[in-house]
Design a protein. Structure first.
Ligand SMILES: Nc1ncnc2c1ncn2[C@@H]1O[C@H](COP(=O)(O)OP(=O)(O)OP(=O)(O)O)[C@@H](O)[C@H]1O
Ligand SMILES: [Mg+2]
Lengths: 415, 311, 245
């Protein structure tokens, strides 16, 4: 039973050696730490996001670092497992002694570290999570994702729909909390626009066959079909729609289909995507300053690193995290988390995903969830997605790259 | 006597560590290691003594965690009650699993326990009140005095659960119950014909084992301030609970403890030094090495010393 | 004297195969009873039904005036029915002494709390049984290191440790030398003298005929003849069953 004693001793020794190695150096680097899911369900996205952050570290160091100090990046793999993140972040804080923190990609691995950063009063840069600060309400949290609450996901779809004179709507939603959250937001908007709900179906998460639901939608003759689905379902729904058709009444189809932003899925569905109007974070053609140059550099590195070769969805927003930190640190000449947070609350930050300003909860004041329509997509062609025009932005108005094509069935048929 | 002195010593060490060590990382990491000590010890009661291989650890662990989380959400009940509720719920699940042994033995029982994990996970994915697939964020209360940080409190609580689990496992092992369980493992029919009420004993072992796994899961929602099905019913718990006794040795209660401390400490270190993929590999390699080179675990290597200590 | 064990109309099927058909036997307290029959005739199946390892499909089994055929095996053991296994089933992870501690702790020295005293009592009793059976010097040996003879003796010793009133010995002498056979026979005679009823299943005719006061011969799950040893040996049906003529 002496083993515990030994263990504590061993851990102590390791810690001591780490601290003594780190000490004494005058110009220590500024350490930026995070965990990133590199395995598990968010692993693929996490790797792409990581590459973008590493690009930022290289860029900032090439410019001489922050406050004249080099930036050192420390990252661990949390395996998409929230049970691991508390220990990883305390390790980052208490042993690696990082100066700045970035949250792991995704809501689930982030949730367990919210109380930790709140308790210790630390600045945390959010990373594509959804409403993770809702219960904790930490005023030093700043998300990089272009959405805010549930409404911000569906605004665009309905505003495009009402411009087409839509009167009726059908809802198809996964019976899971996130999708239901979005659905509730969508229902509120639909009601405020006086849209009549002619069909409503929540399907269980394990559903694989959607043909009967698609037939029922066709029979209901809606003007709009708003779908909230997860990657596997999204693919199955798109395939079912292309087999069966949703009828000539439908003006817009899509909305909140998770997965249609992911390169492998876009590549495999190809022309089946045509006509679908769906949310996105970035598509080519949007002229954020610097984003195209970033993506050009990114896609070269991505091929070598064997991660998402297009990298529209996550990487620019992860690079933006670095830019946000960089601007805050340079503006305040400080690494003090309170000072940085106060500055971020007061100022707008310029990034490759556009200017960002945060509300009291650390979400974007002006959410920019895009609604984009797939048009003229061919099969088996990855590079076509790099060109503007394959995904036409309909919303927000300030970023429009084209006008909506309707009805859905007519656009769908076209290659 | 010697056992209780060492157990007291270990627990006091945990308390002293909480009092003097400032660095919270040790407590976060230590908490995880202690969780695996409890899981491995609990697993060994059924798997090691009675020979019923249970792949369902996540079901019991996760049910305990969810019982605690739901109780907390509904009533804000303090941690102690959460642990009791979790142990009770998972104990009940253990009771049900124990009845399965009536018909299912060997590999069939093991497969049924995997099904248990799937059933539990599906159940909680579909239970909106408990957060569904997205999970549930919980605002944890202030730590109870004299603790100044919640994680230190959880660490001490988990140390207490670990000491209690080992004490229970030791009692079972050295009493007539343990002899009965070993008899079941060696030959169920001969045990029955020697007067051993095999079904009752198996149900008992399953229930105790399940209850302890549930207790191990109970503080998890507070540890994470969050609960979510995929990680709560993660098969890593099944692997850790099974691999630790195999590495440490299954015949003596200290075997799972040694195995769990060794394995999960290595895993903690690998997670923050090498990579996530390595983590899984480490368990695999260790298992293969031990199964081939030391089938009776680390204890087997020191066999004389330990069997001399036992009556 | 009323019978200790009454087997009435017991049948047992495995799927469509009738292993026992309407077997009825009465055995008196203190009796030495022989059960013979060719391979596969249902002897082990019958005692599995009596000891509780199998449930009979039809019929009744009354032990000491109580219907036991629906009781689990351990309950029957506690009521006084003990058996040895034809293929030895030692508790392989335990020493010889510990093997005996199982029935001792679960039958005779039962109690929720085990004190040092009761445990010492059980150990003394185990050692006494081992001495009787001639395994005392192997008490601390792991049971997976025993020879075939020793394993068979352990089977008997462990059955004895349940303090039975009825001891069923399933081919305890198979594969033993003639010296060893008489050794085991002597042990069984000795037990019988202490008042224990014994059912002996055996292929070694000399032994079973010498030991038994009464013998039943099973063939294809049915009793083909019952009587004193001499009568059985002379019976044509028995000869035919054994020789397959
Ligand atoms: N569990 C079982 N399932 C199916 N058949 C069985 C089972 N147990 C026994 N049998 C069959 O029942 C018949 C009687 O078997 P049993 O073991 O009772 O014979 P036995 O008289 O003890 O033979 P032996 O002298 O070889 O020991 C055999 O044909 C055997 O194959
Ligand atoms: Mg037989």
């Amino acid at each position: 039973m002496k083993i515990r004693k030994l263990l504590v001793g061993a851990l102590g020794a390791v810690a001591f050696s780490l601290i003594s190695v780190g000490g004494a150096l005058a110009q220590q680097p500024i350490k930026v730490g995070m965990s990133m899911p590199q395995t598990g369900s968010l692993g693929a996205g996490g790797k792409a996001a990581l590459l973008a952050l590493q690009m930022w570290v290289e860029d900032v160091n090439a410019k001489g670092g922050l406050l004249g100090r080099k930036v050192e990046f420390i990252v661990y793999d949390d395996q998409t497992n929230p049970a691991l993140t508390p220990a990883i972040y305390t390790k980052l804080l208490d042993i690696d002694k990082v100066d700045l923190l970035i949250a792991p990609y995704g809501t689930v691995p982030t949730a367990p570290i919210m109380p930790l950063v709140k308790q210790r009063g630390l600045l945390l840069m959010g990373n594509f999570s959804f409403q993770v600060n809702r219960t904790v309400r930490h005023d030093m949290w700043f998300n990089n994702s272009p959405w805010n609450d549930a409404r911000s996901w569906s605004d665009g779809f309905f505003s495009a729909g009402s411009k087409l004179g839509a009167k009726t709507v059908a809802f198809l939603a996964a019976d899971q909390e996130f999708a239901q959250n979005l659905a509730n937001g969508a229902r509120v908007i639909a009601k405020s626009l006086d849209l009549k709900t002619v069909y409503e179906q929540n399907y269980p998460p394990s559903t694989v066959d959607f043909s009967s639901m698609i037939r029922a939608i066709r029979a209901a003759k809606p003007d709009l079909v708003f779908v909230m689905s997860y990657p596997n379902d999204s693919v199955a729904i798109i395939r079912a729609v292309n087999e069966i058709g949703v009828g000539p009444s439908v003006k817009l189809f899509g909305g909140g289909m998770v997965g249609l932003q992911f390169t492998p899925i876009m590549q495999s569905l190809g022309s089946l995507l045509n006509g679908v109007v769906n949310y996105n974070s970035y598509v080519p053609g949007i002229k954020y300053p610097g984003v195209e140059e970033f993506l050009a550099r990114y896609s070269k590195k991505a091929v070598a690193a064997k991660v998402d070769p297009l990298g529209f969805y996550l990487p620019p927003f992860n690079y933006a995290i670095g830019q946000i930190l960089e601007q805050a640190v340079n503006a305040t000449k400080s690494l003090d988390h309170k000072t940085l947070a106060a500055w971020l609350h007061k100022n707008e930050v310029k990034t490759i995903v556009g200017p960002i300003r945060w509300d009291a909860n650390g979400e974007w004041v002006n959410p920019r969830v895009l609604m984009a329509q797939f048009r003229g997509v061919a099969d088996k062609d990855l590079d076509q997605f790099r060109k503007p025009g394959k995904q036409v932005v309909l919303y927000p108005d300030a970023m429009k790259t084209g006008t909506v094509a309707a009805p859905f069935e007519k656009v769908r048929g076209k290659k | 006597m010697r056992f209780w002195v060492s157990a007291g010593l270990v627990f006091s060490l945990a308390v002293i560590a909480a009092a003097i060590l400032k660095n919270e990382y040790y407590f976060f990491a230590g908490y995880t290691v202690l969780t695996y000590v409890v899981l491995a010890t609990a697993w060994n009661i059924l798997g090691g003594y009675a020979g019923y291989v249970n792949f369902g650890t996540p079901a019991f662990f996760g049910l305990g965690a969810y019982a605690a989380a739901v109780l907390f959400k509904a009533t804000e009940a303090p941690l102690l009650f959460q642990i009791i509720a979790a142990a009770a719920m998972s104990g009940l699940l253990g009771f049900a699993a124990g009845l399965l042994t009536l018909r299912l033995r060997g590999i069939f029982f093991a497969i049924a326990t995997i099904a248990l994990v799937v059933i539990m996970e599906t159940l909680f994915i579909n239970w909106r009140y408990a957060g569904g697939a997205t999970g549930l964020q919980l605002l944890r209360p202030a730590p109870v005095a004299p603790f100044e940080s919640y994680i230190k409190m959880l660490f001490v609580v988990m140390a207490l659960i670990a000491v209690a689990s080992v004490a229970i496992a030791r009692y079972i092992e050295t009493s007539w119950i343990g002899r009965g369980l070993r008899a079941i493992r060696d030959s169920e029919e001969a045990a029955e014909c020697s007067g051993v009420p095999t079904l009752k004993l198996k149900v008992f072992a399953c229930s105790i084992s399940g209850a302890l796994m549930g207790a191990a899961g109970a503080p998890m929602p507070m540890y994470l301030s969050f609960i979510e099905p995929a990680s709560t019913f993660n098969l890593n718990y099944a692997i850790g609970a099974l691999a630790s006794p195999m590495i440490g040795g299954m015949t003596h209660y200290i075997g799972p403890v040694i195995g769990a401390i060794l394995l999960s400490t290595i895993q903690q270190v690998v997670t923050v030094t090498i990579s996530g993929e390595m983590n899984v590999l480490v368990v695999g390699v260790l298992l293969v090495v031990f199964v081939v080179a030391a089938p009776e675990g680390i204890l087997g290597l020191f066999r004389k010393k330990f069997s001399a200590g036992r009556k | 004297m009323s019978a200790l064990l009454k087997i009435r109309g017991v049948s047992k099927h495995f799927g469509g195969f009738a292993a026992l058909t309407e077997v009825s036997i009465e055995i008196a307290g203190g009796e030495r009873f022989g059960l013979i029959g060719p391979n596969g005739s249902g002897k082990t199946t019958l005692i599995n039904c009596v000891a509780g390892s199998l449930r009979n499909d039809a019929g009744s089994i009354v032990f000491d005036g109580e219907e036991v055929s629906r009781l689990p095996a351990y309950q029957r053991t506690r009521r006084g029915i003990a058996r040895s296994f034809q293929i030895p089933r030692p508790f392989a992870s335990m020493s010889v002494l510990e093997n005996l501690m199982v029935p001792l702790e679960y039958v005779a020295h039962r109690g929720l709390v085990v004190t040092r005293k009761t445990e010492a009592g059980a150990q003394d009793e185990a050692m006494a049984i081992l001495r009787d059976i001639g395994l005392a010097d192997k008490a601390a040996t792991p049971s997976n290191r025993l020879s075939q003879v020793e394993l068979r003796k352990l089977e008997l010793a462990r059955a004895m440790a349940a303090r039975p009133r009825l001891l069923i010995s399933d081919e305890a002498m198979a594969g033993l030398s003639s010296n060893e056979v008489s050794e085991v026979l002597e042990i069984l005679f000795k037990l019988n003298r202490t008042g224990i009823t014994i059912i002996m299943i055996e292929h070694i005719m000399q032994a079973v005929m010498k030991f038994s006061q009464r013998v039943v011969c099973l063939d294809a799950g049915q009793i083909i003849c019952e009587g004193a040893p001499a009568a059985i040996v002379a019976n044509v049906d028995v000869q035919r069953a054994y020789l397959g003529a």
